[in-house]
Write a protein that binds this ligand. Structure first.
Ligand SMILES: Cc1cc2nc3c(=O)[nH]c(=O)nc-3n(C[C@H](O)[C@H](O)[C@H](O)COP(=O)(O)OP(=O)(O)OC[C@H]3O[C@@H](n4cnc5c(N)ncnc54)[C@H](O)[C@@H]3O)c2cc1C
Length: 295
């Protein structure tokens, strides 16, 4: 057999209403997979790591590509919004710039025209580039099923590599973000093996903002990918930073704590030891950069 035997046979369907999605889900059960850009799914089908006889394209659902910013409610991004639409959206560049920065680091321009935010989230890869930004902006997923909609914070949605809290008759409809704190500044730092569209060896999102309620006067949120079964925040480190006066030494200590907490596994892209050290370096670089900007 060829190492890359091509795609297996599959049925292709489109849905233009949520009811049509639920009906086909009920009919096909586990055989059905939602298709967005297909940039993860087709690779998995080709490699036979996902068996799927039925693909349901939901990019035609009403509103599923919309990006809506509301100065009182925050941001809502439809699951089928392409990554290029995130990089170029003025409301994201102004209010949620780490989402645009992270989207820009994925693959290449052509891929980002197909790849969607919903696909990046539902694929649940530990190295997903959007994940650290989604966490520091406190994103939550809006899931739709015949029972109605429910909203779940992203840190409860990702359960492990390739595993999510989606139930069999549910799909991801949109992602909701509260307003970012006033004066917030953010940055996504990604280390790949090359600058030409590689997956993250380590990716770190840092968000900082003036916070008169904490002794440091500034609060930080830190999101990290690729170094645990899911992307994660490091609340203990964030709290320690907020409780003490900020100095270069304090930032470096926080970065060392981030390194200690990280739990990467060795893979074809990097050794675990290298990844841990890069967590320290990127967290330090991100914190320092944001601190200098806020000062
Ligand atoms: C060459 C190449 C380079 C890449 N580089 C990067 C990179 O640098 N960084 C990175 O993070 N990723 C990268 N990827 C992975 C991929 O492009 C992204 O994860 C992308 O965002 C996936 O989106 P998609 O729309 O193509 O998802 P799809 O492949 O369509 O779907 C992915 C999975 O999510 C499920 N799904 C999708 N939408 C929904 C929904 N609404 N409800 C329920 N389930 C759903 C699908 O059934 C499938 O299991 C790369 C892929 C390739 C092929």
């Amino acid at each position: 057999m060829l190492a890359r035997p091509g795609l297996p046979e599959f049925e292709y369907h489109q849905a233009h209403s949520p009811q049509a999605v639920f009906d086909l889900m009920a009919e096909k059960g586990a055989d059905l997979k939602i298709l967005m850009g297909g940039t993860d799914l087709f690779v998995q089908m080709r490699d036979r790591s996902t068996g799927s006889g039925t693909l349901l394209d939901i990019k035609g659902l009403p509103g599923i590509k919309e990006i809506i910013f509301n100065a009182a409610k925050g941001l809502k991004i439809g699951a089928a919004a392409s990554l290029n639409s995130l990089s170029s959206h003025p409301d994201l560049s102004t209010h949620y710039p780490i989402l645009s920065q992270a989207a820009d680091t994925v693959g290449n321009y052509q891929l980002r025209n197909r790849a969607t935010l919903g696909g990046n989230i539902c694929n649940a890869s530990p190295s997903a580039d959007l994940a650290p930004a989604l966490l520091v902006y406190q994103g939550s997923v809006i899931l739709d099923s015949p029972r109605g909609e429910r909203e779940l914070p992203l840190d409860e949605f990702w359960l492990g590599p390739g595993k999510t809290a989606l139930t069999p008759n549910e799909y991801l409809k949109a992602i909701h973000f509260p307003l970012p704190p006033d004066g917030a500044v953010g940055r996504y730092l990604k280390l790949g093996r090359s600058k030409m569209g590689d997956l993250a060896v380590v990716g770190v999102a840092v968000l900082g903002y003036p916070d008169p309620d904490v002794p440091a006067g500034t609060s930080f949120r830190i999101g990290i990918n690729s170094t645990a079964p899911t992307a994660y925040r490091i609340p203990a480190v964030e709290t320690a930073l907020a409780q003490n006066q900020i100095s270069d030494e304090a930032l470096y200590k926080a970065a060392e704590s981030a390194m200690d907490i990280s739990a990467p596994i060795e893979d074809q892209r990097a050794t675990a030891e290298y990844q841990k050290k890069m967590v320290r370096n990127l967290v330090y670089k991100g914190l320092k950069d944001i601190w200098e900007t806020l000062k």
